[in-house]
Design a protein around this ligand. Structure first.
Ligand code: GLY
Length: 429
């Protein structure tokens, strides 16, 4: 089977790494990929994964490539091409692509769609309202004493959410998004949600239009600095499973979200085939959904796929074909921890092109896999090419062992300005 993976981050490296282990995969490309992806080889025949210089949002070029090279399966990693309708376009051209359609991707691409769906279908969530008028938005924010999240409706590279603690901050946030259009047209409408407190966890469920197969528990660390301080990032590290969530509790939480979600999709004619990733806050009043994503999380993918024992090609095909009910997901009993190494300055501005050393030494530790995110080849060197640079991922017998190993591996890697959080998974221990 010839497989094309779309994307360039740590999530896509993890997807490629796992897909290369399938005996069914005989040729693989990644568009555009990164230095680590280009170093992977297929278990079936030893051939190398080829990085193709096409951007993840260049839909016409991706379609032409898949058609010309007769790709049997295209796996879409990031949210933007899904929101642009890549799966619909591939399907219309008679090509198989994994991921939700443009309509189904609205769970992520429109925060207002998603919130209204939750409200209509009895999915536990926060008090909220949406606005196309800034003055009305400000009045609602004031009614919450300004303690709210102001979210640009559309996709904004993960940056369109502003957390406010008082009315002045909320008014400033609404002006920034709606008046100044800091996130472009994504901010023509906003969703305002009350702030809630608790522990945030990531759920993932692989869906096939009819059923949702729940993944184990995991937790991301979204803030840049230790102690959940600093700016929001794409994710500075993650771990699985989450020891303070028993399997029974996880199932109970997931049922409270996924049962009404599946019923709502059926009632409203939404055929969701792909990954549903709800961000859930565990509050004193029970679990509440903060947001839905319509793709694998990053860095959650890195920890999930190091624990997954099934053939990922089989699962993604079943997700497309509506046959997931016949598959049982199997997971390693080991814990997995991913520590992200980032460029100095991230999530603000940062320099690129810093030479990275020590990756091979880290990768050589048993149980360690270094996933590349923002890297590229510069001659013989692997150099930094993004904010999140590497996801150093380790499996261990228990969370403490996995965590110790991930940090031991990360300590072997150097590049100018590199930083990690030092407390990934610490709150679970
Ligand atoms: N883990 C954060 C995200 O994928 O959006």
């Amino acid at each position: 089977m010839k497989i094309l993976v779309i994307g360039a981050g740590g999530r896509e490296h993890a997807l490629v790494w796992k897909l290369t282990q399938s005996p069914r995969a005989t040729q693989m490309w990644c568009a555009p990929g990164n230095a680590g992806i280009g170093g992977e080889t297929l278990a079936a025949n030893g051939s190398a994964v080829e990085c193709v210089g096409i951007g993840a949002e260049d839909l016409p070029a991706l379609l032409a490539f898949a058609r010309d090279n007769q790709a049997d399966l295209t796996v879409v990693g990031p949210d933007n091409p899904l929101a642009m309708g890549i799966v619909d376009q591939f399907q219309a051209a008679g090509l198989r692509a994994w991921g939700p359609t443009q309509q189904a991707s609205q769970f992520e691409s429109s925060k207002i769609f998603s919130q209204e769906f939750m409200d209509r279908n009895g999915i536990p969530t926060m008090q909220s309202a949406s606005f196309a008028d800034a003055a009305e938005a400000k009045a609602f924010a004031a009614s919450l004493d300004g303690q709210c999240a102001v979210k640009a409706d559309g996709l904004a590279l993960g940056k369109g959410v502003l957390i406010c603690n008082n009315t002045d901050e909320a008014i400033g946030a609404i002006d920034q998004i709606m008046t100044d259009r800091a996130f472009g047209e994504a901010g023509s409408s906003v969703l305002i949600q009350e702030l809630i407190t608790g522990m945030e966890v990531s759920l993932h469920a692989l869906c096939d239009g009819k059923c949702a197969k729940l993944f184990p528990s995991s937790q991301d660390h979204k803030r840049a600095l230790d102690g959940d301080e600093g700016l929001n990032t794409g994710g500075m590290g993650a771990y699985s499973p989450v020891p303070f969530l028993s399997d029974e509790k996880l199932t109970e939480i997931a049922d409270s979200v996924l049962d009404p979600w599946l019923a709502g999709c059926a009632a409203e004619g939404i055929d969701f085939r792909g990954m549903l990733y709800p961000g859930v806050m565990l509050t004193d009043d029970g679990p509440k959904v903060l947001e839905f994503n319509a793709r694998f999380g990053d860095p959650e993918t890195q920890i999930y796929l190091t624990r997954l024992e099934n053939d990922l090609v089989d699962l993604l095909e079943a997700s497309i074909d509506g046959t997931l009910a016949g598959h049982e997901l199997r997971w390693s009993a080991q814990s997995s921890v991913c520590v992200v190494m980032a460029s100095g300055g991230y999530p603000g501005s940062y320099e690129k092109g810093k030479v990275i050393t020590g990756i091979e030494d880290a990768d050589a530790l048993p149980g360690v896999k270094v996933f590349h995110a923002g890297t590229k080849l510069d001659g013989e060197n692997v150099v930094t090419n993004g904010g999140r640079v590497l996801g150093v991922t380790a499996l261990g017998q228990g969370l403490q062992a996995a965590r110790d190993l991930a940090y031991e591996a990360a300590a072997k890697i150097q590049f100018e300005g590199a930083f990690t959080r030092s407390d990934i998974a610490a709150k679970a221990l």
